[in-house]
Design a protein around this ligand. Structure first.
Ligand code: NAG
Ligand code: NAG
Ligand code: NAG
Ligand code: NAG
Ligand code: NAG
Ligand code: NAG
Length: 510
């Protein structure tokens, strides 16, 4: 019952902060992390270091970049992945594309960054993917996760500012080793990685000439957005498909609650949802399980089949609503909900039964809980009357209580906006920043905290109303719709212009 722990595995949703307080049915989830929905099929992917896409390297990184006491000088091994197949080389000052790693295993994020692989050849770019400290294999304190995650005295070194300093340190050292100090670096990131990419360009303009920040909710902090906006967008996604779908989902929580109260009700629910015999079933876990499916489906409502969280069809939200609207036994709402959940959890058709309590963390995302308790106070999970989820007021105090319980820490809810800004962002960045692309898809619930309006000629917002969570960074495919091809074309044109401008400046010794 960790704080950001997945309701069922999870990724993005920061999950429940302590449910017991609430008592019954409804556990407020906190999207675990803005990151991507990626519950990849791990068995298939993990350990695939030698999958032919990159080589794995380790860099000796400084534990604490911001003070000079003896323990700050401790080091750890930071993992990064590199692909130089397409690189034009140092002599040509060919560009370097760097992915600023998210809150998880970096190998897993390479699946989400096909855009970099797709376009490396035409840019003759070197590809580098850097893992975020405390995730994957980049664990301080001797690489021992038990020690690193023991308590706040070690976890205290896990922060976005330390991560950005890691990236700068590593990039500068790598360029020196490659004798490529004049190669321009462009940073890429999606979700939390996108936030890091944008912030990296703001803080380290001498290291990166530009950033593509995809689905980066840099404004999703306290007093900047409504805590309801995330679930409001999820609601809109389903309501746009059909009013009936919306009504069924909206009414489902009460139906489940009422059914559970009846004699034999839990048994009936168990049966209706094909819950595995060994699953420690309760209505709370059923509700969390359905909630996760609807939220992740909204985040990954991609135009082509995907395999992030779980294998999904193209347009999963539409498929879920179709299952509800066309269910054979139209008189039985539980059957409709089962059919809808089946789209999300059993697209591959291989599930013999469902385990609702799977809170495994195959991508090593667990560190987000700590980040959500210290600096990442991103209000998510409130829902209003119109929502398909039960009405719920997001509460900062609940977060404070949970974090005190789990880590004995008090959040610093205003640190991120103090360090990176956010208030009056247009007025501020207009004159102080340049060369950032903010992509957002409006179907993505995280778009509520994104930069949706261009700020200047070089701070460009690209908004796709049909887009989901960092859809632009995925591998391109023949089936991609025109709007997605256009988004990528626009991004490539902008990146090309940054690089050309850089070379002009370099050649004129400007
Ligand atoms: C780089 O990626 C391409 C696929 O885009 C792959 O064919 C190539 O082998 C990779 N190179 C290295 C050095 O891993
Ligand atoms: C990690 O540290 C814990 C606690 O000190 C210890 O029990 C465990 O054996 C260590 N694991 C490894 C792989 O060294
Ligand atoms: C954290 O854990 C370490 C190792 O178990 C221990 O020595 C230290 O006292 C703990 N610190 C706190 C603040 O609990
Ligand atoms: C640069 O080279 C040194 C010496 O071989 C090595 O220790 C270091 O890890 C390299 N840096 C990177 C980023 O790989
Ligand atoms: C739904 O309709 C079928 C066929 O008319 C009937 O057998 C079944 O009992 C009904 N189920 C419910 C829950 O009303
Ligand atoms: C998963 O889908 C397959 C194929 O449609 C079906 O036979 C199976 O019963 C489904 N599993 C569950 C748990 O519903």
């Amino acid at each position: 019952m960790a704080i950001g722990s997945p309701i069922h595995f999870t990724i993005i949703l920061f999950s429940l902060f302590s449910v017991p307080a609430l008592g019954y049915t409804f556990a407020p989830t906190i999207p675990r992390f803005p990151s991507s929905a990626i519950r990849a099929d791990l068995k298939q992917r993990s350990g695939s270091t030698q999958n032919g896409l990159y080589r794995t390297k380790f860099f000796t990184q400084t534990l604490d970049h911001f003070s000079f006491n003896p323990q700050s000088y401790q080091t750890f091994q930071q993992r990064y992945l590199i692909n130089d197949t397409y690189w034009g080389g140092a002599k040509k000052n060919a560009p370097i594309f760097v992915y600023t790693g998210n809150e998880g295993n970096i190998e897993w994020f390479t699946q989400n960054t096909g855009f970099m692989f797709d376009n490396a050849p035409s840019f003759q770019a070197l590809l580098v993917f850097i893992e975020h400290r405390f995730y994957g294999k980049s664990i301080p304190f001797g690489g021992n996760k038990t020690v690193a995650y023991a308590n706040s005295s070690t976890l205290g070194y896990l922060s976005s500012t330390q991560a950005l300093a890691d990236y700068a340190t590593l990039i500068i050292d790598l360029k020196k080793n490659l004798s490529a100090t004049d190669s321009p670096v462009v940073v890429f990131g999606g979700s939390y990685g996108g936030m890091l990419a944008a912030w990296f360009r703001l803080k380290y303009p001498h290291v990166a000439i530009g950033a593509l920040a995809s689905s980066a909710p840099i404004l999703h902090f306290m007093n900047l957005v409504s805590p309801d906006i995330f679930l409001t967008i999820v609601t809109q996604d389903f309501r746009k498909e059909s009013e009936n779908c919306y009504k069924v989902l909206k009414g489902s929580w009460k139906l489940i609650g009422d059914t559970a109260m009846k004699p034999g009700g839990l048994k009936l629910l168990r049966k209706a949802f094909r819950v595995c015999k060994n699953d420690d079933f309760g209505e709370g876990s059923l509700i969390g399980w359905l909630r996760t499916a609807w939220i992740y489906a909204a985040m990954t409502d991609y135009p082509t089949p995907s395999n992030f969280l779980s294998p999904l069809p193209a347009y999963p939200v539409k498929k879920i609503c179709e299952a509800i609207d066309s269910s054979v036994r139209k008189n039985n709402t539980l059957d409709k909900l089962y059919a809808a959940a089946n789209v999300y959890y059993n697209y591959s058709g291989t599930a013999s039964c469902f385990n609702l309590d799977d809170d495994s963390d195959p991508h090593d995302l667990g560190g987000w809980q700590w980040q959500a308790c210290t600096e990442m106070i991103m209000p998510v999970g409130g829902s209003n009357k119109e929502s398909i989820f039960p009405e719920y007021d997001w509460s900062y105090q609940d977060r404070v209580d949970a974090c005190s319980f789990f880590y004995n820490v008090t959040p610093r809810p205003h640190w991120i906006t103090t360090e990176f800004g956010g208030h009056a962002i247009e007025r501020v960045l207009k004159r102080s920043a340049s060369n950032i692309i903010f992509f957002n898809g409006l179907k993505d619930p995280w778009s509520g905290g994104g930069v949706l309006k261009s700020i200047s000629k070089t701070l460009v917002a690209i908004v796709a109303k049909e887009g989901a969570h960092h859809v632009d960074l995925r591998y391109s495919s023949k089936e991609d719709p025109k709007w997605l091809k256009d988004v990528r074309k626009q991004e490539l044109n902008i990146i090309t212009s940054w690089i050309s401008q850089y070379y002009r400046d370099l050649n004129s010794n400007y």
